[in-house]
Design a protein around this ligand. Structure first.
Ligand code: ADP
Ligand code: PHD
Length: 455
C-alpha cells in the first residue's frame, strides 16, 4: 500500500486533477491520497491558502469579507465545472466557508487556522466527488474522524504520538481515501494547522501510521535537484539521498519538501519518493536511510535569505560562567529560537530568522542583554543569508571547506560566518543577502560542474 500526496501545483486546476486521477488509476496500491489546497496555476497566480488568509484577515479587520469569499469560491467553481461536477459540491464548499466565518474571532490565530485549513478540506471533498464521478471509489476522510490529533499550537502544530494508533485504522477502509493535508485537531476538538507547506507532513504521518511501503510526494518537478532550479540553470538531478540530507536541505531552503515531513517516515522506515505529476513516468528522487557517497560527498546546496545577527561583545566573556545560558534565556523569554551561535573569546553572534522579530522584541532583547549581561556592545544586524552545503560524505572528505571558501572568494562573496554542523553533514556560510544567488552559483560550479546525474 502506498500513500501519495499531491501538492498545490498538482491540484491547482481541473486539468491537473485529471492527471492526479490517472496516476491513482495506474497503480491500485495508491490507497491513501493526501491533497493540498489548489496552488498556483502560473507564476503570478495566488495559492488558495493565501486567498484564505486574505479572507480571514478582511473578516478580522473590517468584519466584511464578501469580496474575498467570492474570489475563493470562484477557484473551486472553475475546478468543479472543468471536472464536469454539478453545482452541489460548490454549494457544500460555500456553506462550509460561511459557517467558518461565523466562528469565534476572539482568538485571531485559531480563527485564521480554521479558514486556512478549509483550503485542503474542501479540495479533498471536491476531489473525492470527482473520483466517484469517474467510477473510482473515492472517500473523503476528515482528520477528526481519523484521529489526527495535534498539539494546540496554531500555525505550527505537531503530531501527538497517540494519533498514530488511531490513524493505523485507515488501512481497513476500502476505496481510495482522499485525506486533506495541512491540519489536524487538538484534543479539545479545534482545528490547528501545521506550518506552511505542511501537507507534506500529513502525508508522511499517514504513511508512517499505516506502515505504507512507500510515501510518494507528487509535485511539479522531475526530481529534487542539487540546487534550486530557479537560480541555477539545469542543475543535477538527485536520484537517491538520505532522510538526513533531505531534512538539512529542506530546512536550509529546498522548498520542494517540508523539513518536518522527514521524521515520521524515517522513524517508521518508510521510503519517500518525490515525483512529478506532469511526468509521472520519470523515476523521481528516492529518500532512504543510507546511500553510497564515495563519489559525491556533497549532494546539494541550499540557500535561504531572511536572517539577522545579534552581535554581543564583552571582554572575558569566555571566563564568565553561564553567560551563554543567560543570553539564550533572554531569547527564550521573548519566544525567539535561534539557528546558530558562533563564538569567539570576547564575542558571540546569535543567528535568527527575521520573521521572529518585531520592532518591540528587538528593543526588549537589546535592553535585556545590555542590562542583565552588562555587555560592552550589542546590536542587531539584518540582511543576512545562509548558504549550506549538505552531504553524508562530507565528514570523510578533506578540503571541502577550503574548496567552498575559495569558490566564494573568487566570486567576490564576503563570508561573514562559517558554521560546521556538529552532525558533519552540513557546512553553512553566513553571507550578505545581495550575494545569495552569486554564492549559490559559484558553489554549484565548484562541486557539480561536469556532472549530470547524482548517485
Ligand atoms: N532543489 C530543488 N529541487 C527541486 N525543486 C526545488 C528545489 N528548490 C526549490 N524548488 C522548487 O520547489 C517547487 C516545488 O515545491 P512546491 O511549490 O511546494 O510544490 P507543491 O505545489 O507540489 O507543494 C519546484 O517547482 C521548485 O521551483
Ligand atoms: N496549502 C498549504 C499547505 C501545503 O502543503 O501546500 P503546498 O502543497 O502547495 O506546498 C500552504 O500553502 O502552505
Amino acid at each position: 500500500m502506498k500513500v501519495s500526496k499531491f501538492g498545490g501545483t498538482s491540484v491547482a486546476s481541473a486539468e491537473q486533477i485529471k492527471k492526479v486521477a490517472n496516476i491513482i488509476q495506474n497503480d491500485p496500491k495508491r490507497k491513501i491520497i493526501v491533497v493540498s489546497a489548489p496552488g498556483k496555476r502560473f507564476e503570478s497566480d495566488i495559492k488558495v491558502t493565501d486567498l484564505l488568509i486574505r479572507l480571514a484577515e478582511a473578516a478580522l479587520n473590517t468584519g466584511e469579507a464578501e469580496e474575498e469569499l467570492q474570489v475563493v469560491l470562484a477557484r473551486y467553481e472553475e475546478i468543479a465545472i472543468g471536472l464536469g461536477l454539478d453545482n452541489e459540491i460548490v454549494e457544500v464548499i460555500e456553506a462550509d466557508l460561511r459557517e467558518r466565518l461565523q466562528l469565534n474571532r476572539e482568538h485571531h490565530e485559531l480563527f485564521l487556522d480554521q479558514l486556512k485549513a478549509s483550503g485542503e478540506d474542501n479540495n479533498a471533498k471536491l476531489i473525492a466527488a470527482y473520483l466517484k464521478s469517474i467510477g473510482l471509489n473515492g472517500k473523503y476522510v476528515n482528520p477528526k474522524e481519523a484521529g489526527l490529533w495535534v498539539s494546540d499550537e496554531p500555525g505550527r502544530a505537531r503530531i501527538l504520538p497517540e494519533a498514530y494508533e488511531n490513524l493505523k485504522n485507515l488501512r481497513a477502509v476500502d476505496g481510495v481515501i482522499v485525506f486533506p493535508g495541512f491540519f489536524g485537531y487538538s484534543k479539545e476538538g479545534t482545528i490547528v494547522t501545521f506550518a506552511r507547506g505542511g501537507s507534506d507532513i500529513t502525508g508522511s504521518i499517514l504513511a508512517a501510521a499505516t506502515h505504507a511501503e512507500l510515501y510518494e510526494n507528487f509535485t511539479d518537478v522531475d526530481s529534487v535537484f542539487a540546487a534550486n532550479p530557479k537560480i541555477v540553470e539545469n542543475p543535477a538531478k538527485i536520484k537517491r539521498m538520505t532522510y538526513r540530507e533531505m531534512r538539512e536541505l529542506s530546512y536550509a531552503g529546498f522548498s520542494v519538501f517540508h523539513d518536518e515531513a522527514l521524521m515520521p517516515a524515517f522513524r517508521h522506515s518508510v521510503p519517500v519518493c518525490i515525483k512529478n505529476t506532469n511526468n509521472p513516468s520519470a523515476p523521481g528522487t528516492m529518500i532512504i536511510a543510507e546511500r553510497e557517497y564515495i563519489q559525491n560527498p556533497v549532494i546539494g546546496i541550499a540557500a535561504d535569505k531572511g536572517f539577522s545577527t545579534i552581535y554581543v561583545r564583552k571582554y572575558l566573556m569566555n571566563r564568565e560562567l553561564g553567560f551563554g545560558r543567560r543570553l539564550l534565556q533572554i531569547l527564550e523569554e521573548e519566544e525567539v529560537s535561534y539557528e546558530h551561535m558562533p563564538s569567539g573569546i570576547d564575542d558571540t553572534s546569535v543567528i535568527i530568522r527575521n520573521h521572529q522579530l518585531t520592532e518591540e522584541k528587538e528593543k526588549q532583547i537589546i535592553q535585556k542583554i545590555r542590562e542583565q549581561l552588562e555587555v560592552d556592545d550589542v546590536f542587531i544586524e539584518k540582511g543576512f543569508a545562509m548558504v549550506v552545503l549538505v552531504g553524508e560524505g562530507m565528514h570523510n572528505t578533506l578540503g571541502i571547506s577550503a574548496r567552498a571558501t575559495t569558490a566564494l572568494t573568487k566570486a567576490g562573496v564576503n563570508i561573514e560566518m562559517i558554521n560546521q554542523g556538529s552532525s558533519e553533514v552540513s557546512l553553512g556560510f553566513g553571507i550578505h543577502e545581495e550575494d545569495t544567488d552569486k554564492a549559490l552559483r559559484s558553489l554549484y560550479e565548484e562541486f557539480f560542474s561536469m556532472k549530470t546525474i547524482m548517485q
